[in-house]
Design a protein around this ligand. Structure first.
Ligand code: NAG
Ligand code: NAG
Length: 212
């Protein structure tokens, strides 16, 4: 069975899409300041990201009842397969048509928030351009170990800094742990720097092992 795992919809204008109806029970946050403040409250900024200008709202959903909502908690059992990803331009934001999007799901709290020696762990890295999805790192379900408390799982969308609409030539990280870079909590930031990318959207959940 073919699973449509990566549905990235970027709109030049806001208009109604079928899926928006279903998302209305918990609409994606559209205020850039509210997005940034949720990320700061959870220290996603600065642990994972620097302050950025949100251009998109994104929602990753593993089922209709399990989706990222800026810091909600979901059990690992609901995260066993790849989520769908929805993205919409924020009001008055602009991104060139045909630009390549890079999507990452990363865990900065591995093996635990207080001892992030494996962090960040890359759970998924994929690109989207003109309807084509390319997976650089296959989806690996979050599996926070026993007694390691809550982990943050951060979903990020990046685009080329120089705004090119050419296809990008990205190299997959050599390892999931620290994304193959040196240092604690090394990952999406280093990957972005290396590849000339900038963050334009983020969302996150918490998840923890049942045994604490
Ligand atoms: C994500 O949500 C949409 C809308 O509710 C739904 O159609 C889709 O099946 C969900 N994705 C997954 C992987 O369950
Ligand atoms: C724009 O950035 C991309 C990604 O870093 C790079 O591959 C490309 O060569 C750059 N293009 C220009 C015109 O600078």
């Amino acid at each position: 069975m073919l699973i449509p795992y990566f549905v990235l919809l970027v709109l030049a204008e806001s208009f109604v899409l079928p899926h928006q109806e279903i998302l209305t029970s918990s609409p994606a946050e559209k205020d850039p300041n509210a997005i940034l403040s949720a990320l700061r409250d959870a220290e996603v900024i600065p642990d994972v990201l620097d302050t950025f200008s949100p251009l998109l709202s994104i929602t990753a959903n593993w089922s209709s009842s399990a989706k990222t909502s800026l810091g909600n908690t979901l059990p690992p059992s609901k995260l066993s397969h790849r989520p769908d990803v929805y993205a919409n331009l924020l009001p008055s934001a602009y991104l060139p048509h045909g630009i390549e999007y890079v999507f990452a799901l990363t865990d900065p709290d591995a093996p635990s928030h207080d001892n992030p020696e494996w962090s960040q762990v890359c759970h998924w890295l994929a690109t989207y351009r003109d309807g084509d999805v390319h997976e650089l790192v296959e989806y690996k379900s979050p599996a926070p170990p026993e007694k390691t408390g809550k982990h943050r799982y951060v979903a990020v969308v990046l685009v080329p800094r120089n705004g090119t609409t050419e296809a990008l030539d990205l190299e997959a990280p050599s390892e999931r742990k620290r994304w193959g870079f040196e240092g604690e909590r090394a990952g999406v930031r280093e990957f972005a720097d290396l590849n000339g990318l900038k963050v334009v959207a983020a969302n996150f959940i918490y998840s923890q092992n049942d045994k604490q």
